[in-house]
Design a binder for this molecule. Sequence first.
Ligand code: C2E
Ligand code: CA
Ligand code: CA
Ligand code: CA
Length: 279
Amino acid sequence: AKSGGRNRVVRFSPEMQDGAQKRRALSDDLHGALQRGEFSLHYQPIIDFADGRATKAEALLRWRHPQRGAIPPLDFIPLLEETGLIHEVGEWVFDEAAAQAERLARRLGRTVQISVNMSAVQFAAHGAGAIDWGAKLAALPPPDGRLGIEITESVLIEDQQRVKDCLLDFRRHGIAVSIDDFGTGFSSLSYLKTFSIDFLKIDASFTRGVANDENDHALTEAIIVMAHKLGFRTVAEGVETAQQADILQRMGCDFAQGYLFSRPLPADEFEAYLLASDG
Ligand code: C2E
Ligand code: CA
Ligand code: CA
Ligand code: CA
């Protein structure tokens, strides 16, 4: 009775109603947002600890709402997934990142590997708007190390065989696979030996404590050792201080990403950043 009562109160509270209405309104506005050109990608540099250069980057989706301005991804990506719009938007993200990676290779004369985030829904084989990634990859010019995808552990427990085949397909086409937010997924570690993976991205919640929390320090170190033994390379996410970077580098972490190096940048600023740092 107590929890039922609480549910009723929550369901009819003005805040919730506002929340639900706001979500519905946002969700309506997402229809056609792609066609209206309201989406863009920002690129956050990923630094190779070996030489301090930005050799990789993560593409992050941005939505500029005509009235409300920039909407945080965590507010609209779940709506894209619920409405099924994630398929066409996700395909656009992939194509846009691929085009940017190609442009950068021409302008810089070197490879910058750009990875895109893919959520579980995007691997669905059926359903309205689902992408046939196999066909898409087959039609793609060879990406020559310029592309990667990032998936969370939850993707790997959805539909084992199907996701496994999909990941193999991506890797066969030379697209790197990263496990995102590693260590936060409440899943068993056994998938690490059955799926083809290139990088483990150590979640920012570990990085944050690496300098002053014994447990975070120990876990981060253990993740790096384990990853290397399994043949994966590691990327530390959310690196904000020089002290964190220093410790991570000494632990043998391979790459770092975070505000210490750069915030996610619009395409032109990202290119300028790379040109400047290449000297
Ligand atoms: P994520 O994949 O874990 O991306 C990293 C997030 O951390 C980004 O937030 C980035 O801006 C932020 N970040 C980077 N460095 C730092 C730092 O030093 N400190 C702090 N506090 N934050 C940092 P953002 O851009 O808001 O994206 C949030 C999430 O939205 C992403 O988390 C990802 O799960 C999702 N997302 C973004 N773009 C896409 C997309 O194209 N497709 C899908 N499916 N999901 C996306
Ligand atoms: Ca990511
Ligand atoms: Ca992440
Ligand atoms: Ca995340």
